[in-house]
Design a protein around this ligand. Sequence first.
Ligand code: COA
Ligand code: AMP
Length: 632
Amino acid sequence: MRYASLYQRSIESPETFWREQAAELEWFRQPEQILSHQDGLYRWFEGGELNMSHLALDVHVSNGRGEQTAIIHDSPVTESQQRYTYRELRDAVARCAGALRDLGVDKGDRVVIYMPMIPEAVIAMLGCARLGAIHAVVFGGFSPHELAVRIDDAEPKVILTASCGLEFSRVIPYKPLVDQAIDKAHHKPEAVVVKARPQAEASLAPGRDHDWDTLTGAAAPADPVPVDATHPLYILHTSGTTGKPKGVLRDTGGYAVALNLSMGTVYNLDPGDVFWTASDVGWVVGHSYIVYGPLIRGCTSVVYEGKPVKTPDAGAFWRVISEHRVKTFFTAPTAFRAVKKEDPQAALMADYDLSSLEALFLAGERLDPPTYDWLKAISGDRPVVDHWWQTETGWPIASNPMGVEPHPEKPGSATFPSPGYQVEILDPNGQPLGRGEQGHIAIRLPLPPGCLPTLWRDDARFRSSYLERFPGYYDTSDGGYIDADGYLFVMGRMDDVINVAGHRLSTGEMEEIIGGHDAVAECAVVGIADELKGEMPIGFVVLKDGADIDHATLEQDLVDRVRNNIGAFACLRRVAIVQKLPKTRSGKILRKSIRQLSTEDHVPVPSTIDDPSSLEDIRGAMEEHRIGRYAG
Ligand code: COA
Ligand code: AMP
């Protein structure tokens, strides 16, 4: 009953509950106001003052943890490892903050970080936080176009980058991508700081560009700047249903309090424990559980620059766990599907001592029951925890509460809501549904601390995207149900967002890119089930009258367009030409029917369809191009 009483208290007496949680942290000024509310938007801990870099570093150095390892950089792609104690990390961060200050960065200024998984990425984030500057990290797989869109939205004073990233053994020079992005963007940053890596040299533009080592080496260390709890810590852009990404805003105080709580209640981690989240600092998982969560908690965090497979083999996860004595491991299901594909019996596990490992956590997409069963079978009956969250929430909405009271696992379920989240299933009219009934998953307002207070400079879009559909609730855009025992099952997105290898992508954005091709009259992009990546985007294209282009050329053009405009990880690889898209009489594309055609024999013809023969056309195209169930 420990979970039930904790959860109940968080819902019935939220202000008392969160006041107690806030008291766990060191504030420069304790918050008196716990929850405030203006114009339908909520704020946590307004008036309290703190600093995230201080909490993540200085507090531990002052409390005797200075010599404990804070981060371990493990990089099979460069065959190197590097450790930073809390004291060393604090000093590096203070110098980075000093260097940023020398470049004119002040509280509230934005800094874009476009970096691979190197220690400097963590140092850069914490360096911004130290000054109260707002970082906007952009995943290194994004193209210059996407980087430019984010530069224009965040309007950074400075961009922090590295000379290159490494994908398996391929060197990807980052600096030319940054230069192209700055050329494309309307907003021009005043300075670019480049961490030189031995694998690639970067050219520096005199006056604007600086070498990371020289600049930080010459800088005086900066102290943490107290900021209000509601002060933005970061902007993290994520895919919506249109081409324009949403700038999810994260505050400082609520986030710190929520992460600290989750490190205990969800992940069961204490100071000194080793936590490894195999993700990327470019995603929310990286922000919360590679950087801020483990460091606030005084854990050791593994920063991994490698892949689940081929760096050098499918035993990579087991090697890192055994070498660094990892207690809790967190990754995306797709990563384990990649391991399973190469090493189905997990034979490589036998080479390693995994006695430190207590639990596996999975998120980023639903943990599909076959992958769950495989993990259960190979992991010696360790807990395998599927937990559900979003960039917007910043920490798990639902999880098996491992640090409070582990519950029996149900494959396919994210178990129970975390403290503060009132999760309900609603029908399309916003009426609550009963147990076992599938519908829209919504969270009753207010959202708990840590979740987005709004979108960067766009309250209106925040309201229209999340609050208007179901008044009084936050609309998660995920669908699912709660079973008779209260377990939550999250089944997938109800909008046009798809999930490819744990990466969230907008089909609407891909359609805009494809629609820009001279030969294309209209198109639909849908996510089709894929054994390894969960979903893969497939384009269905109607050609303009008289367009003179063959299928192979068009497909290559469109694949290149998506790679160049979004990035290779968007994985649009297949395009089919059709005569007509299935649409309702009011012109809405029937994506669900297209998806169904890729998996099912008998697809019902929707009563609203304009022309039923369009479904046959799509089916024929799938057969011809071996898409979905026709792949063989
Ligand atoms: N920088 C540059 N390019 C990148 C990149 C990065 N950071 N990340 C991916 N790419 C490129 C890849 O090189 C690849 O390019 P290619 O088409 O030229 O070969 C393309 O994007 C697709 O990459 P990916 O989706 O990663 O596929 P993969 O086949 O290389 O690897 C997995 C498959 C499952 C191993 C990999 O997707 C993975 O590790 N996924 C886990 C994702 C994750 O952690 N998500 C976080 C959510 S918690
Ligand atoms: P992102 O914002 O990139 O973290 O993606 C969030 C989306 O990923 C959610 O809206 C879900 O659709 C999906 N997702 C993440 N974790 C899970 C999970 N454990 N179960 C089901 N879906 C998930």
